[in-house]
Design a protein around this ligand. Structure first.
Ligand code: ZN
Length: 55
């Protein structure tokens, strides 16, 4: 099975030579999940601010 580079934009890290299983494990990790939630919270807040400004 192939190994590949993996970049997680939510944690802002690069993992080198990880297997798909390791990526899946990362994606289920508590740290990743909270980074993921924080990321989308920020996106939604930014979006709301832009909408408020447009009104
Ligand atoms: Zn991550």
């Amino acid at each position: 099975m192939g190994q590949r580079k993996f970049h997680c934009p939510y944690c802002n890290i690069y993992l080198k030579r990880v297997s798909i299983k390791q990526v899946q494990k990362h994606n289920q990790g508590n740290k990743h999940v909270s980074n993921y939630i924080e990321h989308w919270k920020k996106v939604m807040i930014t979006h709301q601010n832009e909408q408020n400004r447009a009104q």
